[in-house]
Write a protein that binds this ligand. Structure first.
Ligand code: HEC
Ligand code: HEC
Ligand code: HEC
Length: 419
């Protein structure tokens, strides 16, 4: 072997070695972890854990449709393919049976599995990293008390190169920094719940095309990739003229409805699984924090086909007729709705969002706010995908987005047909 080849090969081997060290390295600020002490889990801890599991909505992802609770296997779609949730029951082979509370805390704080695997950020450890050790231990104590279920986590079906540990490692280097105890201690209760267990930013902070949160647009809403729904901006909720004290917002999170609005789609699930169980003090803390969120840069508006002025006028005219025939009986002649039954369309943040995605989803598929203690029998909205043509739907959406003082862009027939 000549010297040059030798040097090149040596360099390559060294680079590969350094690279593998980086790939497998522990996070730099991985704190030393206390040894497990499970026998000491108290009833109080287990009870606290139950509440925290609800607030974190672990069941929402870790229970497959019709599957045993917390045994995982639910597919979570991303633009890069599907990732399946894992089994959180204490089964020795397929669940957390052999985990210690320290392993569990490491997964929540650092996004690493017991076997050192870098976990996919679909598991929102970018938020759960803000959990205190005590809360992590309580959650673990509660999960340990579940009946063990034998159910292996299905392999993710990500397209290349996203299936590689390397891709996850790079993603983490770009977008994830584990929390520090000092940073957590500096948070008030509302911030702790919103930034941590509540993982509100997982949907409400828009993402770039690598699936990373866009820091400059924190909590400004945007399309939730893989869901065909937009999260609405949370920043700016404090300026709502209809809600000077935040009571309406509290009612919306707790019961799914308030006097002018209702939650829908994925947010209805969040309220159903999680937020309706909030204690009053935690609810008040969350509302107070949300109302203080600063406004940030709005995410880039989706590209939609342009609508000419003539076309818009024609859509509005036709839309007025359709609205009178199909919508006014519930939403009112002036879009005023019925308190707690039918949301107002006049002034609705959902209706006037730059993107018509949510209004379109609801009009095509219909929907129900969640059934909660505070609103056990919600009124539903019928689906119109059969009853109305695509052109009619474009017309009625254009109408509700530009009537009663609403001022949002028109919706073309092409945009409706694309769905
Ligand atoms: C948005 C969906 C989602 C939510 C909400 C969620 N998880 Fe997960 N979780 C996942 C996915 C997906 C994985 C698998 C990640 C992987 O395999 O890379 C996972 C993995 C985990 C793991 C690692 C398991 C292992 O074998 O390495 C733990 C521990 C965990 N989740 C606990 C929780 C807890 C506790 C909660 C509630 C506080 C929770 N998760 C909420 C989606 C979610
Ligand atoms: C799984 C994704 C998801 C998560 C997680 C999520 N949201 Fe939402 N949220 C949505 C979507 C989608 C909408 C728009 C539909 C609607 O208004 O109901 C929404 C709407 C809202 C609205 C109504 C805004 C308005 O202007 O009317 C509020 C308030 C809200 N979310 C608060 C929260 C809070 C607080 C959290 C965390 C505890 C949270 N969301 C977590 C998806 C999510
Ligand atoms: C039978 C009563 C009923 C009729 C008829 C009806 N809706 Fe609704 N609508 C509802 C209910 C209930 C909701 C709340 C659904 C939810 O939260 O999932 C709703 C929600 C909406 C929303 C979301 C508003 C917001 O701020 O959250 C839009 C947009 C909407 N409807 C448009 C329409 C249009 C357009 C028509 C006519 C083509 C129509 N609706 C007909 C009952 C109705």
């Amino acid at each position: 072997m000549n010297l040059r080849r030798f040097v090149v090969m040596g360099g390559a081997i060294l680079a590969a070695f350094l690279f593998s060290v980086w790939l497998n390295a522990p996070d730099l600020d991985l704190d030393p972890i206390a040894p497990a002490n499970l026998a000491s889990a108290t009833t109080e801890q287990v009870r606290a854990g139950e509440y925290l599991v609800r607030v974190g909505n672990c069941a929402g992802c870790h229970t497959a449709q019709g599957g045993p609770p917390f045994a995982g296997g639910r597919a979570i779609d991303t633009p890069f393919g599907a990732v399946y949730s894992s089994n959180l029951t204490p089964h020795d082979e397929t669940g957390l049976g052999r985990w210690t509370d320290a392993d569990f805390y490491r997964a929540m704080r650092h996004g690493r599995s017991k076997d050192d695997r870098w976990l996919s950020p679909v598991f929102p450890y970018t938020s759960y990293t803000n959990l205190t050790r005590a809360d992590s231990d309580a959650i673990f104590a509660w999960l340990r008390a579940l009946p063990p279920v034998d159910r292996a986590q299905p392999e993710a079906t990500l397209r290349s190169p996203y299936e590689l540990q390397l891709a996850t490692r790079v993603w983490r280097a770009l977008y994830f920094k584990p929390a520090t105890d000092a940073a957590i201690a500096a948070m008030d209760r509302g911030q702790y719940l919103v930034e941590g267990l509540g993982h509100c930013g997982a949907c409400h902070t828009p993402r770039d095309d690598r699936g990373g949160p866009i820091a400059a647009s924190r909590y400004m809403g945007g399309e939730i990739a893989g869901l065909s729904w937009d999260a609405l901006p949370l920043a700016g909720l404090g300026d709502d003229p209809h809600d000077p004290e935040g009571q309406e917002l509290a009612a919306l999170l707790k019961t799914g409805v308030h006097s002018r609005a209702a939650v829908a789609g994925p947010m209805a699930e969040v309220v159903f699984n999680s937020l309706q169980y909030l204690r009053d003090d935690d609810l008040a803390a969350i509302v107070s924090y949300l109302r203080r969120l600063p406004k940030a840069e709005p995410p880039a508006a989706p590209r939609v086909p342009r609508v000419s002025d003539d076309e818009r006028a024609a859509l509005r005219k036709r839309g007025a007729t359709i609205y009178g025939e199909h919508c006014a009986e519930c939403h009112g002649d002036d879009g005023e709705g019925q308190p707690r039954q039918y949301p107002a369309l006049a002034g609705s943040r959902l209706v006037t969002a730059v993107s018509a995605t949510n209004a379109l989803r609801l009009t095509l598929d219909g929907g129900f706010p969640p059934s909660t203690d505070g609103n056990p029998y919600p009124y539903g909205m019928p689906p119109f995908s059969q009853a109305l043509s695509r052109a009619d739907i474009a017309a009625v959406l254009t109408y509700i987005r530009s009537e009663w003082g609403n001022d949002a862009p028109a919706v073309s027939v092409v945009e409706v047909e694309r769905r």
